[in-house]
Design a protein around this ligand. Sequence first.
Ligand code: XMP
Length: 336
Amino acid sequence: MTELRQSVRFPAVKIKLSNSFGKEVRMDYKKFIDEQIASIRKTVGKEKTINALSGGVDSSVVTVLGHRAIGRQLKTVFIDNDLMRKGEPQRVVKAFAKMGIKVDLVDARKDFLSALAGLTDPEEKRQAITDTFYAKVFGKLVKKSGAKFLFHGTILTDIEETVAGIKRQHNILAQLGIDTKKAYGYAVVEPLATLRKDGVRKVGKLLGLPKEIFNRIPFPGPALAARIVGEVTEKKLATVREATSIVEEELGKTGAFQYLAVLLNDYATGIRNNKREFGQIIVVRCIESTDARTATATKLPWEKLNRICERIVNIKGVNRCLYDLTPKPPATVEYI
Ligand code: XMP
């Protein structure tokens, strides 16, 4: 498991200078797509290939790029880990069906919940999700499928942050010295590894993905588990899922870089219907950023904050709603 093995990377595309002073550097994304399609075909040949789609921008773009290159030779699965947003698995499968791409929905909710039971340490939680995903659920699927290649939506920022030790991105294995070929029997192909998020969105747009997908706000690999401080349980997931849905509905039109809801592990005293209660606390986070490496809190209108608060404290068991003003650094965007 510890031997370092390079995952398959494709060459960086040529960069075009848009003026004679060389100030503005523009990437030719159409050419990038053509080159990646050619590289994918050459790399995988006639071998079976598989990828896991999460519905996020990166894995969505890789899915469409892969299907453009090798069609049905690429099997795409969506693993329902119970950590997704409201209706997400069904929504993603439907969106890809509309693009003519068949996605197999795999119900692994029990596997993830039991792996997370009793864990409170952020890194242990992330590790449990990684292990369950690769070794237990996806690893088995890959073996069963006979795939020799796995497409992955790793982007440049993931690699930089992982190598720098800022955070363990759950998707980076080669960079962490994990030999996927030896451990799981497949080679990882990362066609987006030279791009940052803005580049991935441009490629997605050119590939014909719907705007709701290529323009989606970032969502972390560990999903809602990154937004529950302490142990992840079905009940807490239901609470943070509801809060997430409210925040996304209310802040969807703000144009902010990212917005989310977090469930704390603490409880606070409150009063409802003339009775004292001890309720849960939801934190709302909304940030401005260009690449998530640094961020500042969005200056949201007071009325908007009030409306969100009113709706959130109506969620069963929740009696406080806070707005997080902390920039990154020192805070990270997510809470674990
Ligand atoms: P942090 O919390 O590190 O987040 O400030 C920076 C950006 O990365 C997203 N994020 C992740 N994305 N896997 C991902 O694919 C992860 O494990 C992960 N953790 C954080 C986060 O939502 C933010 O946009």
